[in-house]
Design a protein around this ligand. Structure first.
Ligand code: BGC
Length: 236
């Protein structure tokens, strides 16, 4: 693990809001969390303009971490299926580095959420329940990047995201939606056999049924706290 000095500005770009806060080197928040609505249409230009407005509220940080709801390779976004416009080659880390004047690392939102949740031993998985369904996998604390389980078929020709994303929840109602969340968990566990499966994202708060052993709901703030670990993992 790399040791970092000074504070980190951690940004979480989501389908409904863009959130940010500054963390100290141990991951403790040193500011309140600020949030702005995600602009719609969520084009690269509009999202970057909102990020610029949000980052203007903060000073006193040495680096920036950002989680984005799509595939991010080496700081460049290549998909943004729940966003608008062309996200096929957006140099997100570079653009935010220009906006803030600080080095920036960008990763998939579920990956960042996972960094904030995992214990760092064995195989650990994360799914996030929000606008879309995010997924992440770690072995001994190291990220296996680009897992997009949300777009894999789950049942009846529909993907995980089509059953347990926000559009499905609104359409099916909470009770039926929860049944599908349970079905997704029961499908994931015997395939990957994780030590722990963490469930994050805003809609995780709706889970009121008993979870199988080894499955835990994580606080939504993990999406922000993971920003510090993104800088500690030498794989990035
Ligand atoms: C995207 C993922 C993202 C997830 C949660 C999905 O639609 O493809 O990359 O992690 O939504 O935001």
């Amino acid at each position: 693990m790399a040791h970092i000095e000074g504070n980190t500005l951690s940004i979480d770009i989501g389908g409904s809001g863009i959130k940010a806060m500054v963390l100290d080197r141990s991951g403790e928040p040193v500011t309140e969390r600020q949030r702005l609505d995600t602009p719609r249409p969520a084009t690269p230009e509009a999202v970057l303009a909102t990020v610029a407005e949000l980052t203007g509220h903060f000073g006193d940080y040495e680096r920036v971490s950002v989680g984005f709801p799509g595939v991010v390779r080496f700081g460049v976004v290549s998909t943004g299926v729940n966003f608008d416009g062309d996200w096929t080659a957006v140099p997100l880390a570079g653009a935010i580095s220009e906006i803030t004047g600080k080095p920036c690392r960008a990763a998939n939102d579920a990956d960042v959420q996972g960094y904030g949740a995992i214990a760092g031993s064995g195989l650990e998985m994360v799914i996030t329940l929000g606008t879309g369904m995010g997924s992440a996998m770690f072995t001994n604390g190291h990220l296996a990047p680009n897992l997009e389980l949300g777009h894999h078929p789950l049942a009846e020709g529909r993907t995980y995201e089509e059953w347990i994303g926000e559009a499905a929840r609104l359409q099916l109602g909470d009770e039926v939606w929860k049944g599908w969340v349970r079905r997704a968990i029961d499908t994931i566990l015997p395939i990957w056999n994780p030590e722990t499966l963490f469930i994050g994202g805003g809609n995780a708060r709706l889970i009121d049924f008993e979870l199988p052993s080894g499955v835990r709901v994580v606080e939504n703030v993990a999406g922000i706290l993971g920003g510090i670990r993104l800088w500690e993992d030498e794989d990035h």
